[in-house]
Design a protein around this ligand. Structure first.
Ligand code: PEP
Length: 251
């Protein structure tokens, strides 16, 4: 039976790889995607900004999409060291991750900043992947669902639709730790997110919700089959083409 939401499997390479590594990784992913010829799922890789153009060129015509890991809210100007959504688009990106917890923690990115970045993505013709997720302390205080709701309300710009928004639920304590929520916990969080999106978007049932946090080749089939999960945002395991492709296959 056809699924109403096409799964998206996104690899967040973070600050890893020099040109030669990135091109080897990109070729591995592109070859696998070409061979699989999936019609029912999309595969995205998000390399460091310095490698985006080279990776986009290398995966051209394979069906693999390319995205940025962050963007500035402005299109251009005196913002030394920053990269705009327009620049990412110019390099071949179709998506951009905004509000990743590492950026929220390392650069103090607030929901308002994340929202402005999501709007910048739209301005440039990119789809933002808006990341939300609770810390361990928030989880232990029983605040997970309230935190997710507040982050969503603060970070998702008005006017979002399924065509212009992807949301990634990434519990902060699960990122890079090898720990994951249980499948029912993931399903409950995603159901809550979709419910909140009902008051923020016109077509919440069609918005893709990704799970992220220590997804690997062994746990992907179970985590990505949880209710209301439409794919994954994968960090560490996206640096190994075989494992990343196995995750994509299991979505
Ligand atoms: C991430 O950083 O988005 C992520 C999910 O990382 P990892 O898969 O390594 O936990």
């Amino acid at each position: 039976m056809a699924r109403s939401r096409q799964p998206l499997i996104a690899g967040n390479w973070k600050m890893n790889g020099l040109r030669a590594d990135a091109l080897t990784l990109a070729k591995g992913v592109a070859d696998g995607v070409r061979q699989a010829a999936w019609q029912d799922r999309a595969v995205l890789v998000c390399p460091p900004a310095t490698l985006l153009a080279a990776v986009a060129e290398s995966v051209k015509s394979s069906g693999v999409l390319v995205g940025g890991q962050n963007c500035h809210a402005k299109a251009s100007g005196a913002h030394t060291g920053d990269v705009s959504a327009e620049m990412l688009r110019d390099c071949g990106a179709s998506h951009v991750i905004v509000g990743h917890s590492e950026r929220r923690a390392d650069y103090g990115e607030t929901d308002a900043i994340v929202r402005a970045k999501a709007e910048a993505a739209w301005r440039a013709g990119l789809v933002p992947i808006v990341c939300i997720g609770e810390t361990l302390a928030e989880r232990e205080a029983g605040k997970t669902l309230a935190v997710l709701e507040a982050q969503l309300r603060g970070s998702v710009p008005s006017g979002a639709t399924a065509a212009t928004l992807v949301v990634a639920y990434e519990p902060v304590w699960a990122i890079g730790t090898g720990k994951t929520p249980t499948t029912p916990e993931v399903a409950a969080a995603h159901a809550h997110i979709r419910g909140v999106l009902g008051s923020l978007t016109a077509d919440a049932q069609s918005v893709r919700l990704l799970y992220g946090g220590s997804v690997n080749g062994r746990n992907a089939a179970e985590l990505l089959a949880a209710g209301d999960v439409d794919g994954g945002l994968v960090g560490g395991a996206s640096l190994k083409p075989d494992e990343f492709l196995a995750i994509a296959k299991s979505a």
